[in-house]
Design a protein around this ligand. Structure first.
Ligand SMILES: Cc1ncc(COP(=O)(O)O)c(C=O)c1O
Length: 412
């Protein structure tokens, strides 16, 4: 197993990478195919407003996921706003705090109160037992987030929502291409929402979709996506501009042709990390079971500082010094960000698992632009850092001390 002879943060050596290794670099599909589709768009001079590429993209997504309707959108945040509004969510909606801020913002933006619920530390998704405890007379729905592409406990959440007469929607931003107990994510709850943002494993530059088997909901989302227009000069509903443009659909259609390749590369990279980090106490990579499909887009490790000798944030500094730009998704949790931090200053008391997991999670770079040789180096940096944990801690203390006079100067 490779180790690094030196560490930039301790020894002042050159970073292991001369270029930044980002999390979420876009996966390029077949560029030629994209240009062919984009050329057709210019030939037709049809750039947006339900053009043929968007229609074809929606057909392809619904067929792939196995749902009746796919309504594409300009991004997943707007898709969440449209889905929750079309589903008539109001009052309070239960959501995890351990998610990207858009899950909460999509509700608050519409005057709906997001009620933050704790996660199951084993799955990082909503804990159904805690959900039950958060229900009040004002609760109208639950939004589960299939974090990292690993699905929520769909069965338990469905049972709760039926018994308590609540609407269940899923934020499936991470879970395109994933399944739950053999059924593709996209067909659960009243509706699910995908993100096709450039940082996702499959992208349309910016983009998203509401997918559903409910005819009436799909119809409402379609109307609302286009200002409520039901024909020329005829507005029959409140709406916004949530349309996906043709150029995004061209990107999506060309990306669909490489979907299996993207997943295979992510799987290869995940396996390389798994074996590269194997046996390191206190550094655990999350697992994906073999029964279901995953897109393996998130390489997530949990760092237990007591066990491995370095806290997650110290390891992050070691990696950044080597140009490995690992991320702390989704630290510190939505409840510790504004405006929620001011609205619910004590929310953390009910979110012990969220607070613990979000302080330990580190996301490592993967995707088509990262290869197993590079992953070997990233794992070697981590191994060396842990083997020299005392030296790393010393170097970090020294660098913090060295930065004190600067801060004092700036403060003046
Ligand atoms: C869990 C989750 N929900 C929603 C979103 C919002 O997606 P978009 O950037 O397409 O609006 C993201 C984006 O990264 C996300 O990770």
């Amino acid at each position: 197993m490779r180790v690094r002879p030196t560490l930039a943060i301790v020894d002042g050596s050159e970073p292991a990478f001369s270029f930044p290794l980002h999390v979420g670099r876009p996966n390029p599909g077949k560029r030629q195919r994209f240009f062919e589709l984009a050329n057709g768009m210019f030939d037709r001079n049809w750039l947006t407003n339900s053009g043929p590429l968007v229609e074809e993209f929606e057909r392809r997504i619904s067929a792939y996921v196995g749902v009746k309707h796919c309504v594409s959108t300009c991004n997943a945040t707007v898709a969440l706003e449209l889905a929750t509004r079309a589903a008539d969510l109001h009052g309070e909606v239960i959501v995890p705090s351990f998610t990207f801020i858009a899950t909460a913002h999509a509700l608050q933006w519409q005057g709906i109160t997001p009620v933050f619920c704790d996660i199951d530390p084993a799955t990082h998704c909503l804990d159904p037992q805690r959900v039950e405890e958060m229900i009040t007379p004002r609760t109208t729905g639950i939004i589960g987030v299939h974090l990292w592409g690993r699905s929520c406990d769909v069965e338990a959440l469905t049972e709760i929502s039926r018994r308590r007469n609540l609407t269940l929607v899923f934020d499936a931003a991470h879970a395109f291409g994933c399944s739950c107990k053999g059924k593709m994510v996209g067909g659960f709850g009243l509706a699910e929402v995908f993100s096709f943002h450039a940082t996702k494993f499959f992208n349309t530059f910016e983009g998203g979709a509401v997918v559903t088997n409910d005819d009436a909901l799909a119809e409402r989302v379609r109307l609302m996506r286009n200002f409520g227009f039901a024909g020329y000069d005829k507005v029959i509903y409140i709406g916004t501009n949530g349309k996906m443009p043709e150029v995004s659909a061209a990107m999506g259609l060309s990306g669909m042709e490489s979907l299996e390749e993207f997943i295979a590369v992510n799987r290869r990279n995940y396996d390389a990390y798994r074996s590269g980090l194997a046996g390191l106490p206190g550094v655990e990579i999350i697992s994906y079971d073999e029964e279901d499909k995953y897109n393996f887009h998130y390489v997530v490790v949990e760092v237990d500082g007591n066990e491995c000798g370095l806290e997650r944030d110290s390891l992050l500094k070691v990696l950044h010094a080597e140009n490995v730009l690992a991320r702390r998704y989704f630290w510190p949790g939505c409840h510790r960000m504004e405006p929620y931090r001011s609205y619910f200053p004590h929310a953390g008391l009910l979110l012990p698992a969220t607070e613990r997991v979000s302080s330990r999670v580190l996301i490592l770079p993967t995707g088509m632009t990262v290869d197993p040789g590079e992953i070997d180096i990233v794992c070697a940096i981590i191994r060396t850092a842990l083997a020299q944990a005392g030296r790393v801690r010393g170097a970090l203390v020294r660098s913090e001390q060295a930065s004190v006079p600067l801060e004092v100067e700036n403060a003046g």
